[in-house]
Design a protein around this ligand. Structure first.
Ligand code: CU
Ligand code: CU
Length: 334
């Protein structure tokens, strides 16, 4: 039997030959230093581990870290969360919340990741924002183990991160996803009121032996007709509690679609998307959009401003999904 000692290195994996020259690796938009050789370490979970508390306001874009290393500590935790009023769902989570925390960095920053598995099965993390060998960086971490690796952000954008352990369909559907926002080197432009929305679907079935608890039903996931679709993990979250904005101010929304299977057709009723950026990369600029398509595993950034006080609902214009909970509202005041 294989045994692990506290903090001893049980596995040290090194990949050579992946360093890149400082130019040309990102087409016409190389911003960042070369990607260093990626090393991943698996250790046992530290004894002083404390379970984190999920952020109460998942739509808030956190501030940039001081310095150029962003320390991302994520715990893999089984936790029951409420995905709609009265619907308790036995989720698999990053840090106890669905979605997981919004991570923010800027191009050139090192993302230093520590993944601690406190759950009952193996999980992993796949960063769409990273250039990293998946078999090393995204390897499955067993219960009781910790994985450590680091990568350098090279592209700006709004990216998905998610558990990549098979069946990925189940791991995403059960709550293992979040957004990572990588700022361009010179920032996002004009000052704006900023929000982050992660759209996702749920496929619940009653959990045997309970009154009001549900689990993710793999057969339903495969059929792909969800019962609940959300922005930031709770059906109608921002219909129940609309988000305040101001007339005339620029509003900037980062949208990430976690899926696992449905596109978001992100649309704000009563205005146009003045500018929109596919994957939130400033080079992917679109203007005057009515709706932007965000595929599962994709992102976008949109900007708009309203000219009159009022209520401006936002939806996925796939109205079956909006009716299942993927809608909310901005309330604009003078
Ligand atoms: Cu997982
Ligand atoms: Cu992915």
């Amino acid at each position: 039997m294989r045994r692990y000692q506290i903090l001893s290195i049980a596995g040290l994996l090194i990949l050579t030959g992946c360093s890149q020259s400082g130019s040309g690796n990102a087409g016409s938009q190389t911003y960042a230093p070369a990607q260093p050789t990626l090393v991943a370490q698996v250790t046992t979970t530290a004894a002083d581990y404390v379970a984190p508390t999920p952020a109460p306001q998942p739509e808030v874009l956190p501030p940039l870290a001081v310095g150029h290393t962003v320390y991302v500590k994520l715990a893999l935790i089984d936790r029951t969360v409420e995905i709609a009023p009265g619907i308790k769902y036995r989720a698999w989570t990053f840090n106890g919340g669905v979605p997981g925390p919004v991570i923010r960095a800027r191009v050139g920053d090192t993302i230093d990741v520590t993944l601690t598995n406190k759950a009952i099965m193996g999980h992993s993390i796949d960063f769409h924002a990273a250039l990293a060998p998946p078999n090393i960086a995204y390897q499955t971490v067993k219960p009781g183990q910790t994985l450590h690796f680091a990568w350098v952000a090279q592209y700006p954008g709004a990216f998905l991160y998610h558990c990549g352990t098979p069946p990925v369909l189940a791991h995403i559907s059960n709550g293992m996803y979040g957004a990572i926002i990588i700022d361009p080197p010179t920032g996002w432009g004009a000052t704006a009121r900023e929000f982050v929305f992660v759209q996702s679907e749920f496929y619940p079935s009653p959990y045997p032996g309970t009154k009001d608890e549900y689990y993710g039903d793999l057969q339903k996931m495969k059929i792909g007709i969800p019962q609940i679709v959300t922005f930031n993990g709770v059906a109608f979250r921002y219909k129940t509690e609309p988000l305040p904005i101001k007339v005339g101010e620029l509003v900037r929304v980062f949208v990430v679609d976690a899926g696992p299977s449905h596109f978001s057709a992100f649309h704000v009723i009563g205005t146009l998307l003045r500018t929109a950026y596919v994957d939130a990369n400033p080079q992917n600029k679109l203007v005057g959009l009515q709706t932007i398509a965000v595929p599962p595993g994709g992102g976008a950034m949109v900007e708009f401003q309203v000219e009159q006080a009022g209520t401006y609902p936002f939806v996925t214009h796939s109205f079956g999904d909006a009716d299942d909970g993927a809608m909310g509202a901005f309330i604009a005041a003078d």
